[in-house]
Design a protein around this ligand. Structure first.
Ligand SMILES: [Zn+2]
Ligand SMILES: [Zn+2]
Length: 82
């Protein structure tokens, strides 16, 4: 019984740590995404879904939500993150 409970405790701690790591990964995922064309990480600013790659040789305009080139449906459907 004691051994079982001990193992359970370790599992709980590991699970807790995994959850925490997952949460910090989520935070990074929430604020940066790779540019669909050149794949450099681009930081999102504000609630606008319209992204523009900061790389001078790329300058790709894309949608944060779809990770695709910026298009009319994005503009009409989810331009701003509410
Ligand atoms: Zn780019
Ligand atoms: Zn979109």
């Amino acid at each position: 019984r004691r051994t079982l409970r001990g193992a359970f405790m370790v599992d709980e701690q590991a699970a807790e740590r995994a959850r925490w790591e997952e949460a910090s990964k989520e935070t990074i995922k929430k604020t940066t995404k790779p540019c669909p064309r050149c794949h450099i990480p681009v930081e999102k600013n504000g609630g606008c879904m319209h992204m523009k790659c900061p790389q001078p040789q790329c300058k790709f305009e894309w949608c944060w939500n779809c990770s695709l080139e910026w298009n009319r449906s994005c503009m009409g459907d989810h331009w701003f993150d509410v």
